[in-house]
Design a protein around this ligand. Sequence first.
Ligand code: Z5A
Length: 211
Amino acid sequence: MVARGRFITFEGTEGVGKSTQLKQAAMTLEQLGVDVVVTREPGGTPMAEKIRELLLAPREEAVHETTELLLMFAARAQHLHTKIRPALERGQWVLCDRFTDATFAYQGGGRGVSRARIALLEDLVQGDFRPDHVILLDAPVQTGMARAKKRGELDRFEQEDLAFFQRIRDAYLERATAMPGQYHIVNAELPLEQVSASVSALLTALVQHAR
Ligand code: Z5A
């Protein structure tokens, strides 16, 4: 029987370096002989990527918080059941750019949706499925926003103000404090190479522990 893979998510406010670190992390795991799948949320499958486009496109029409929440979980249901779970069952390790912790941080902390409402959908879509590890890349929101702005055009979320992202950072840090066994906080304010070294050391330890 093949041992189940591990589900590791990368979280943080915008521009903290998740996508950059994810690529490095996949290389680290491959060098350690781990079969890796890299994916992201919202998205990760053709249908979920279509939902991502709907969610991120700036638009005139105000998006109701419940619509946003349901679309996040609709994309997640498709992604989880058709891509993430099958990969884990094949023994692959799945590295995911954001997952449900982002919903608690963005829709919960950012938009003010109650945790109970998010938890209800989490149970409906995921049952008892949760990430094995959450790598929280943490930096002051100004740092991430400045990095993201350099890329040019801003999506619907990136157009929000500093206070919105501050609430999100606070929500992440609160979850990290509540779940110290699952969360690993990495200081993402440091230069790229130092952040990569911390993530790499962490993943190496997780692989050694899994063997
Ligand atoms: N969202 C939500 O609301 N609810 C949910 O449940 C989920 C998502 C799942 C899309 O996510 C949006 O969906 C997101 C939350 C919402 N909106 N926001 N904001 P996304 O992950 O695709 O978008 P993002 O968070 O905006 O990611 P990002 O802007 O692409 O940031 P990143 O991946 O963390 O950063 P990066 O692209 O790796 O790096 C940004 C730049 O900084 C780049 O030029 C790097 O070279 C540079 N960089 C990275 N690290 C460093 C260091 N250490 N030093 C200096 N420069 C660095």
